[in-house]
Design a protein around this ligand. Structure first.
Ligand code: G7M
Length: 272
């Protein structure tokens, strides 16, 4: 993807614009090869050739995501930076991470807008309205819904008192089981993708401290689906069923970029 820091309307206000080439849609491939277009031969060696094609505009879509006005935190999030792994004990969480989360004012208004039906209402794929064990399932911002290869949905829980994986105990098992079971059922019903081809997981650390669960196509290497950030929901459920305090006991590993304020807090505490 491409990130560009730009000022709109000369007011010195920053916007984040993310440009992404969308995945190919299989049924459009014949068109892509049939329609007249420039094909520039770059290399030819024996049976191997590489070309650069310039397809017509309707076959060369680019998805643009805009955050405007963008806060400094949004901008930092997308700038490329050195990344380090942190191993956070429960003590570290209480002494470093939790005070940091409380000191932050990163808005989760977009989550409340979805839960209160003020935004994305027509995009809701499934809802369980129960205030303590219910959730809303919507397509993630990153998915344009044109193809199933990069299927990406997100389940936002109705409860507002669970910040992340660290807060989960056995008390939350009914909620988590609902998300897992009903999420799978809703996705097979609406999109025809069976649960055996879904990766269902939580991020630690998340970007937004309101509990949510990611549903992505198994064949898609979604950003943040790697071992240092993703925790499979089925495993989380098993861990909590074995030990209610599992996530208040164990150390958790996660990546942080060198420019992130939380990284600096770990550095100051001599934990790196
Ligand atoms: O676990 P983490 O906090 O990193 O993930 C948050 C997820 O929420 C990401 O996958 C984002 O793409 C997604 N997301 C962020 N925003 C601001 C929105 C939004 O406004 N609508 C939807 N549907 N998803 C969002």
């Amino acid at each position: 993807f491409i990130f560009q820091r730009i000022g709109l309307s000369g007011e010195g206000t920053d916007a984040v614009v993310i440009l992404e080439k969308t995945p190919f849609q299989e049924e459009k491939i014949p068109d892509l090869l049939k329609k007249p277009m420039n094909a520039e031969l770059q290399m030819h060696n024996d049976i191997y050739c590489t070309f650069y094609l310039s397809p017509p505009p309707e076959l060369s879509e680019i998805k643009a995501t805009v955050v405007y006005p963008a806060t400094e935190k949004h901008i930092q999030k997308y700038l490329r930076q050195e990344v380090h792994l942190i191993r956070e004990t429960w003590e570290d969480y209480k002494n470093i991470t939790l005070p940091f989360i409380h000191s932050q004012s990163f808005s989760i208004q977009w989550v409340y807008n979805i839960l209160e039906k003020k935004a994305e209402t027509d995009r809701i794929v499934h809802e369980n309205p129960d205030p303590s064990n219910g959730f809303v399932l919507v397509p993630d911002l990153k998915w344009n819904q044109n193809q199933l290869e990069d299927l990406y949905l997100i389940a936002l829980v109705h409860r507002r008192d669970i910040k992340s994986l660290r807060d989960l105990t056995a008390e939350h098992l009914p909620l988590l089981r609902n998300v897992l079971q009903e999420g799978k059922e809703a996705i097979v019903k609406r999109f025809g993708v069976p649960s055996s081809q879904l990766r269902i997981y939580l991020h630690y650390q998340p970007s937004y401290y309101h509990l949510h669960v990611h549903f992505t196509a198994l064949g898609y290497d979604a950003p943040g689906s790697s071992v240092e950030r993703a925790h499979l929901l089925a495993d989380v459920i098993d861990n909590l069923a074995m030990d209610s305090m599992y996530y208040q006991k164990r150390a958790l590993t996660f990546p942080l970029r060198a420019d992130e304020p939380l990284f600096k807090k770990f550095q100051e505490a001599g934990r790196l």
